[in-house]
Design a protein around this ligand. Sequence first.
Ligand code: PLP
Length: 327
Amino acid sequence: MSRQIMPPAANIMDVVGNTPLVHLPRLYPASKAEYYGKLEALNPGGSIKDRTALSLILDAIRKGDLKSGQTVVESSSGNMAIGLAQTCLYFGLHLIVVVDPMINKHTLKILRTYGAEISHIREPANEGGYLEARLARVKELLEKIPDSFWPDQYGNRKNPQAHLQTMHEIVSSLDGNLDYLFAATSTCGTLMGCAEYIKYHGYSTKIIAVDAVGSVIFNKQAGERKIPGHGASRPSAFLNLDLIHDVIHVNDLDCVNGCKKLLESEALLCGGSSGAVVSAVDKYQHEIKEGATCALILCDRGERYLDTIYNQSWVSENISKEIEISV
Ligand SMILES: Cc1ncc(COP(=O)(O)O)c(C=O)c1O
């Protein structure tokens, strides 16, 4: 109950970022290291992508590329779409989001409630999976709609730049004492923004990327993935391997188990990539020294996954028959 009382915020955009960093003493009881979770679920739109969306849209408005009444078109597997829906509604912009079948139903309802228009991709592209198919649709829409704008979360440097602040918040909360940062990857905006901050400020923090089995970001074989958020079916434009210490791949079952562990040990209901990060830290335990301080970026809320990750029948049908979910 010791957290500082804040003065009123100017508007909803003003409460994006500055999320809490929470000590997680129960998550790895056998470990002699300390763990902290960055609760990105507490952004107003429920995920880390609120930061990215605000960064891209504000930059375009400031440069004069985007004005109230124009249409924004973007591809997203879910959270970026919600971040953009919130930001576009606030700034009076029309939003069309291009989504694929991995998006969950709850996210679709949220998007419609914010007033976003949804364009569905039903089939993956021959090469590059759903992402290439979504990007082809974005291109078509941009050509068709006059004065439309593509924020381009995949190539716009304002994406990683948004996360210089994310890393600044984590490092400042810990007075600069951070040995490991674990971050899930898709565009690699989060990972690289954090890594660039660490390099620029000369900290010794090791950056550990967490990717999905079946994702091609780190040159692994493409494969089916059922949990949206982390992983990608094409390489990242931002990735700089020189700034990354290690990469851990986790499968969908690891995500489910990690989510369950986070919920049962710390009462934190988080999304699939948070479960991925929790399991990745488990796999990395042999490297983590006694007394080390580790931060885990917990990217989004669990409510969006109640019908999937937290639903025993869905897990049995889609991922594994063996695991038991006790919620
Ligand atoms: C839940 C979740 N985790 C992780 C990520 C990866 O973030 P980034 O695109 O910054 O690599 C995303 C991206 O959409 C996400 O939605």
